[in-house]
Design a protein around this ligand. Structure first.
Ligand SMILES: Cc1cc2nc3c(=O)[nH]c(=O)nc-3n(C[C@H](O)[C@H](O)[C@H](O)COP(=O)(O)OP(=O)(O)OC[C@H]3O[C@@H](n4cnc5c(N)ncnc54)[C@H](O)[C@@H]3O)c2cc1C
Length: 529
């Protein structure tokens, strides 16, 4: 077998660094390493780079480029954009969130954003006083202070727990976020069920847990959702997620990295010290290439397989439904006090009251699809119309992205297609409760006359992207600290059992999300920083 690239061969027989997977993290690592003058090769199994951070035209004959999987950016440090000279920008949303209600059958809702006065008034209208708003400000004042202290550490060598705690320097905040189940803080700070639910959702994105789960998986998820950029803001990637991946691939190539798509890695042969042989498959057959180090952007579970080791337990399990839609127009809301352009411009929470989230979790944990499925939606094209081609833009089309919670992979094993259909219908029915017209009346049609809507279950994501169990973070998120004795790659949270094989993707410590952080950290480990 020879090293080959499509029908030709690679530029080198031996690379300094072979990167398994061209997700956005693999590309970040490739760009840093190539800029340091190293010979770098990225092997990506799919026909394109980006992994879960891509833009596609999913609807036949319709010129709308949707962020098919991930869609908002918070965790990408400005440092990475600067270091790599990326031409990539994000846009702040004017409204952070809108949550419709039907209290006593009367439509209303909670609007967060659009200025302090409007937010305060919205809280007062929903809850009858300023108390919840004041608690909200105090609670997010605390998370904001933690964000400013913790976020910069994510691109530094891994602190120990003690060092991070000393940096946070706030015992009450540390206890609230790092030690006691998130449900306790939510219940202590807030009295209103809807407000509690809105706060809790940040702990449940891509994480199947109850508010009081002793594993604290919900706390770790919450932490990563409130520290991004030192503010916790979730911004719109201009041009969609594909714009980030394209900028990263461009930066890696410009620095001399080779990127070979359509190359699936089958095996990594190494004793951990001698250069590793990486065996891959293309449409033309098998090949192999040698890397002094191997950086793995695939999941830790996939890595175990590539090394011929037993996978760690428990197996990761994703728990979300992702729905992409294109609309002819935004639907009108029952709550006439809010303009749909504001409501859908931020995160629009559906059936995410605190009790509803608890019930959905309990049902799913008992093996049933949630009877009232919680989800959140957002319209990208309101903040960034550049993703629409001239025709859909002229016709006033809008995109809609829905992310459903508490839909674990185990519920789709029997009949994925049917379970997907049932859950999608139930999810849209919850949205319809708050609309003055059914959502389906607003859907655009593709060139074949089919409505522009697609849904992805965890099993779909596993098949398409190799996300283990469909887990969007390759596995439950880790605390952003390490043990006392870390050195070498361990210093950066990217170590594996083989010294010359490092993790550079979401499954590393401080991985998960569109952040580039594990890619950066793996590169720093290789460069000996
Ligand atoms: C539906 C969905 C919505 C999300 N929403 C958001 C969001 O809004 N914001 C956010 O920050 N995060 C979000 N996430 C999470 C985020 O997208 C991921 O955590 C992140 O993209 C992981 O990036 P990565 O580069 O580490 O891995 P991946 O994106 O998983 O890329 C890994 C790459 O490795 C390739 N690969 C795997 N095995 C092999 C092999 N054997 N040989 C060669 N190549 C291989 C894969 O094809 C893939 O391209 C979402 C994820 C999903 C699925």
């Amino acid at each position: 077998m020879t090293a080959m690239r499509g029908s030709g061969s690679f530029g080198h027989e031996v690379y300094d660094d072979v990167i398994v997977g061209g997700g956005h993290n693999g590309l970040v690592a490739a760009a840093y390493l190539a800029r340091a003058g190293r010979a770098v090769l990225v092997l990506e199994r799919l026909g394109h780079t980006g992994g879960a951070a891509v833009s596609t035209r999913p609807f036949a004959g319709v010129d709308a480029r949707l962020s098919r999987y991930s869609y908002l950016v918070s965790l990408l440090p400005a440092k990475i954009v600067r270091d790599l000279g990326l031409r990539f920008a994000v846009r702040r949303r004017t409204v952070s969130s809108y949550t419709p209600t039907l209290r006593g059958g009367r439509p209303g809702g909670l609007l967060v954003g659009g200025g302090q006065t409007r937010t305060r008034e919205s809280f007062a209208r929903l809850t009858g006083s300023d108390r919840e708003y004041e608690s909200w400000r105090a609670f997010y004042g605390t998370t904001g202070r933690i964000a400013r202290k913790v976020f910069p550490t994510l691109t530094e060598p891994l602190p120990t727990r003690g060092a991070l705690r000393a940096r946070v320097d706030d015992d009450a905040a540390w206890r609230m976020l790092f030690e006691e189940p998130l449900g306790q803080a939510v219940e202590r700070h807030f009295a209103d069920d809807l407000v509690r639910g809105v706060v809790l959702t940040d702990g449940l994105i891509g994480t199947f847990a109850d508010a009081h789960d002793p594993s604290l998986a919900q706390n770790r998820c919450f932490l990563y959702h409130v520290i991004g950029g030192g503010t916790g803001d979730w911004d719109v990637p201009v041009g969609g997620m594909g714009a980030l991946t394209d900028a990263l691939a461009g930066a890696a190539r410009a620095a001399g990295a080779e990127i070979a798509t359509g190359h699936e890695v089958l095996r990594i042969d190494t004793d951990g010290t001698a250069p590793a042989e990486v065996v891959f498959r293309t449409a033309l057959g098998e090949g192999r290439v040698v890397g002094r180090s191997v950086l793995v952007n695939a999941s830790p579970r996939a890595l175990a397989e590539l090394l011929g080791e037993a996978p760690g337990e428990p197996a990761p399990e994703g728990a979300q439904l992702k729905v992409n839609m294109l609309l002819r127009r935004l639907p009108r809301l029952k709550d006439s006090a809010v303009d749909p352009r504001e409501a859908f411009g931020g995160t629009f929470h559906i059936a995410e009251g605190y009790a509803e989230l608890a019930r959905a979790y309990a049902e799913a944990a008992a093996g049933e699809l949630p009877s009232v499925p919680p989800s959140e939606i957002y319209c990208h094209s309101l903040s960034d119309p550049t993703i629409l081609g001239p025709e859909p833009a002229e016709q006033g089309y809008q995109t809609l992205t829905l992310f459903g919670l508490h839909a674990p992979a185990r519920l789709f094993g029997h009949d994925n297609r049917q379970a997907r259909e049932v859950l999608l219908t139930a999810t849209l029915a919850q949205l319809d409760q708050h609309l003055a017209e059914p959502l389906t009346d607003c859907l655009a049609f593709d060139a074949d006359g089919r409505p522009c809507i697609e849904a992805k279950t965890p099993l779909d994501l596993e098949r398409e992207l190799r996300l283990p169990g469909g887990h969007i973070f390759h596995g439950d998120l880790s605390w952003p600290y390490g043990p006392e004795d870390t050195e070498g790659a361990g210093r950066w949270g990217v170590r594996t059992a083989r010294r010359n094989v490092l993790l550079c993707g979401a499954g590393a410590v401080r991985g998960g999300g569109v952040s580039g952080i594990p890619g950066h950290n793996a590169a720093m480990a290789v460069l000996g920083h």
